[in-house]
Design a protein around this ligand. Structure first.
Ligand code: PLP
Length: 283
């Protein structure tokens, strides 16, 4: 049984309970982060923390963490659960209060919890075959730059992908792709340029995206942060997604059409390798 963190205490997972009045439950009034762990260490730690602070600030959720802070919570969970490879999930809600659309009185303590999930990340068989994706209209709310737990539409789309026999969905406004259900969408043009949508309120500023763009630039690749269409993606040389748990994952088919030669792209796989090497070496 896992040890999880809840409001300042480390408890057995079965003993961790939150109030039915928690605003995370009633209003999806909560933000979260997912940190990946490789060789027992967190990848892109500082950037995930910065995004968590930003999400909290945008939502105006006041927060304080008991003890030595977030870093200590994560390190303790990794140690107590002997996590070598997997993820740590951390959620902060505005806390529990009688149900009211208005925010509760200042001083209402936020609900903070975190837990580990052991899982293979680096050695993912999907990287060998590549993802097949379909596109669907992006019907999420307009502040997708905040990492809230309001994930129902993404969840519905993942179910739709499963029913269609593919791996995931890329969401689009008109014919312009915003991002994947839980990843950022990237393509490599026939000129070898890496194209991914520019950050803004339409999409989550991915932490992995940031690191991968850095690696690409360092390797001399031209990076274009701009919108691209479904048709441009289908006609690209390569396509891939980035996320904390998938790292860099090749996309080989979009709406039934093969991308490039229908195999994981060479540049994509080089970026995946470089990302994993950097994660392993950067400590
Ligand atoms: N976009 C969405 C909607 C996500 O939910 C996620 C991650 O969960 C990402 C992009 C990728 O972000 P990151 O690389 O920080 O995991």
């Amino acid at each position: 049984m896992r040890t999880v963190y809840l409001n300042g205490a480390y408890v057995a997972e079965g003993d961790a309970t939150v109030s039915i009045f928690d605003r995370g439950l009633l209003f999806a009034d909560a933000v979260y982060e997912v940190f990946s762990v490789l060789d027992g260490r967190i990848i892109d730690h500082a950037a995930h923390m910065a995004r968590l602070e930003r999400s909290l600030a945008e939502m105006k959720i006041a927060h304080e963490v008991a003890g030595a802070g977030w870093d200590d919570v994560l390190a303790t969970l990794i140690a107590r659960n002997a996590l070598v490879e997997g993820t740590v999930y951390l959620q902060v809600s505005r806390g529990a209060a009688d149900r009211d659309f208005l925010f509760p009185a200042p001083g209402t303590p936020p609900t903070v919890f975190a837990f580990t999930q052991a899982r293979k990340l680096a050695d993912n068989p999907m990287a060998e075959r590549g993802m097949r994706i379909i596109t669907r209209p992006d019907r999420r709310w307009g502040r997708r730059d905040i990492k809230t737990v309001q994930l129902l539409y993404a969840s519905m789309m993942k179910m739709e992908a499963k029913a269609a026999g593919v791996d995931d969905v890329w969401l689009a406004e008109g014919d312009v792709i915003t991002e994947g259900t839980s990843q950022n969408a990237c393509i490599i043009t026939r000129e070898g340029h890496l194209v991914t949508r520019d950050n803004g309120q339409a999409l989550l500023p991915g932490v992995t995206r940031l690191s991968v763009l850095d690696i690409a630039r360092e390797s001399g690749m031209t990076v274009e942060e701009r919108s691209f269409t479904i048709v441009e993606a289908q006609g690209a040389a390569e396509a891939f997604v980035t996320s904390a748990s998938l790292f860099v994952m090749p996309v080989v088919e979009i709406d039934g059409l093969a991308v490039g030669d229908g195999l994981p792209g060479v540049e994509t796989m080089a970026l995946r390798k470089a990302y994993i090497e950097r994660a392993r070496g950067a400590h």
